[in-house]
Design a protein around this ligand. Structure first.
Ligand code: AMP
Ligand code: MG
Length: 431
C-alpha cells in the first residue's frame, strides 16, 4: 500500500485537520504485517518470545487421578450406604511417586499423600483432619464428605490433544512451566524483530561527552533502548545523527538495510518536516502527520528502502518520532508498540486500562487525545483515584519516572471535574 496516499487528507507537512489517534492506529495497523520467520529453541530460551505454533498437549495433565490433600482414599460409593460414623481399615499407603499397587477393596481405605495417584477402587479422599485413627482403622463422619472430594482428575488441567497455548502468544513464566508440565522440550518461536534507531539533532551530546553550551544529553536513545529491550526486540543503536540532509539520508538508508523497523526521534516538527519529507521522497514512502494527540503531535510513518523507493529490496517500516523525551515514550506506547507486536507475530492485546476518580480538576479541550502522566493510588476502601504529576511538559522526563500510569482523556472529552471518572493505563503490565 502507498502510505502517503492514505493520510486522511493530510499533505506532507501542512495539516489543516490533525489526525485522530484512532485513525493513525488504523492506518498503521493496515500497513504492517508479520515479518518474522520461525526458529526452534530450547524451552528456557522461549521466555518472552512469540510462539510460532499452537501447542497441543501430548499427555493428560495431570497424567493420572491424584489426591488433592493428605488423607485417606476410599470408594465414595460407600458414603451412600449411610451410617454417619464410617470406619474403614487402612490397607496400605500411596505417596507421590509411589503408587499403591493393589486394588482397594470394600471396607478399606489407603493412606494417601497430596499428589499421589488414586489407588484402583478409590475416587474420594477424606482429609486427615476429619478422621480419628486407631491403629490400622480410621473413623470419620460420612456426612462431612462428598463422593469425589479432594481428588484431582486426570486431564483436569489440560486433556491430551487439547490446546495448551496458541501461536502468537508471548511466552510468560507460567507458560514456560506449563510447557514443561507437558514434557515439551523445544518450541517454535518467531525470530526476534530487528529495530534500528537513532536520534537526530545538532544539540545532542552522548553520555560520556562533555555537555557544550546550549546542548542536551541524548536521552531518547536510552529510553528507546529500554522500551525495545523490555519487548525482547533486537535493537540496533545507530547513535546520534546531525541535522544534515546527507548524514540523515545515509543513516536512514543504512538503518533500512539492516532492520525490519527504523525508529528515529526528532526532526519531524513543523519546521523540520518539509526538509525531512523532501529528503525521504526518493527512497521512502512516508507520511508526515500532525496527530490530534498530546504529547506527540508530529509523527512520520511509512516505509524506507535501502536503495530506490519501491525497489525489490525489502523495505523497512519507519516511525519518525517527535524529539521531546516524553512524546517519544507516549507515541512509542500508543502507536509503535502494537505495530511491533504485529510484526513480531504476536497477538497484540490492548494494554490494561480501567476507570479511576480524578482527585483534581483537569483542563481538557475536545478534539485531541491526551495522555497525562498520573499517579494512581488505592484508598483503604479499595477505590482507585488518580492525579496528574506536577509537570506535564512533553520534555519533562521525570514526569514519566514519577508517574505509575497514563491518564487517557479521549478525543471528545472536555474538562474533567474533581471526582469524575477518567481512564487510566497502568505502567505495570504495559511497560
Ligand atoms: P525536535 O523534534 O527535533 O525539534 O526536538 C524537540 C525537543 O526535544 C528539543 O528541545 C530537542 O532538544 C529535544 N530532543 C530531541 N531529541 C532529543 C534526544 N534524543 N534526547 C533529549 N532531548 C531531545
Ligand atoms: Mg531536532
Amino acid at each position: 500500500m502507498k502510505i502517503s496516499n492514505d493520510m486522511s487528507g493530510q499533505s506532507a507537512t501542512s495539516a489543516p485537520n490533525p489526525l485522530p489517534v484512532e485513525t493513525a492506529r488504523a492506518i498503521i495497523g493496515r500497513a504492517v504485517s508479520r515479518v518474522a520467520t520461525a526458529e526452534r529453541v530450547a524451552l528456557r530460551a522461549a521466555l518472552d518470545r512469540v510462539l510460532a505454533e499452537d501447542i497441543v498437549s501430548p499427555i493428560d495433565v495431570p497424567a493420572h487421578d491424584n489426591a488433592a490433600m493428605d488423607g485417606y482414599a476410599f470408594d465414595g460409593a460407600t458414603l451412600a450406604q449411610g451410617g454417619a460414623p464410617l470406619t474403614l481399615a487402612v490397607a496400605g499407603q500411596a505417596r507421590a511417586g509411589h503408587p499403591y499397587s493393589q486394588t482397594c477393596g470394600a471396607g478399606e481405605c489407603v493412606r494417601i499423600m497430596t499428589g499421589a495417584p488414586m489407588p484402583d477402587g478409590c475416587d474420594t479422599v477424606v482429609p486427615q483432619e476429619l478422621v480419628t485413627r486407631v491403629d490400622e482403622a480410621v473413623t470419620f463422619d460420612a456426612h462431612r464428605i462428598e463422593r469425589g472430594a479432594n481428588c484431582r482428575r486426570a486431564g483436569e488441567d489440560i486433556a491430551r490433544g487439547g490446546a495448551a497455548l496458541e501461536a502468537g502468544r508471548v511466552v510468560r513464566a507460567s507458560d514456560l512451566g506449563l510447557l514443561a508440565s507437558l514434557g515439551v522440550a523445544e518450541v517454535a518461536v518467531r525470530r526476534r524483530l530487528r529495530v534500528a534507531f537513532f536520534s537526530t539533532g545538532d544539540e545532542l551530546r552522548s553520555v560520556g561527552e562533555p555537555l557544550d553550551a546550549g546542548c542536551v544529553y541524548d536521552s531518547n536513545r536510552y529510553t528507546l533502548h529500554a522500551m525495545l529491550a523490555r519487548m525482547n526486540i533486537d535493537a540496533l543503536d545507530l547513535g546520534v545523527v546531525r541535522d544534515e540532509p546527507d548524514a540523515l539520508e545515509a543513516a536512514l538508508r543504512a538503518a533500512a538495510a539492516s532492520a525490519d523497523v527504523v525508529l528515529t526521534s526528532g526532526g519531524v516538527s513543523v519546521g523540520d518536516a518539509d526538509f525531512t519529507a523532501r529528503m525521504t521522497s526518493t527512497f521512502g514512502d512516508v507520511a508526515f502527520w500532525q496527530l490530534a494527540m498530546r504529547p506527540g503531535r508530529p509523527l512520520a510513518f511509512g516505509r524506507l528502502w535501502p536503495g530506490e523507493r519501491g525497489s525489490n529490496q525489502p523495505s523497512a517500516v519507519f516511525f519518525g518520532l517527535p524529539g521531546n523525551p516524553v512524546a517519544v515514550m507516549v507515541t512509542f506506547y500508543q502507536l509503535v508498540r502494537e505495530a511491533l507486536l504485529t510484526m513480531s507475530g504476536a497477538t497484540a492485546s490492548a494494554p490494561l486500562q480501567f476507570a479511576a476518580a480524578s482527585r483534581v480538576p483537569i483542563k481538557k479541550r475536545p478534539g485531541r487525545t491526551e495522555f497525562l502522566r498520573g499517579v494512581a493510588t488505592r484508598d483503604a476502601a479499595g477505590h482507585w483515584s488518580v492525579a496528574p504529576t506536577r509537570s506535564q511538559g512533553s520534555g519533562v522526563l521525570s514526569s514519566m519516572s514519577e508517574a505509575n500510569c497514563f491518564i487517557v482523556l479521549d478525543h471528545d472529552r472536555a474538562d474533567v471535574a474533581a471526582g469524575d471518572a477518567v481512564e487510566i493505563m497502568p505502567f505495570d503490565g504495559l511497560i
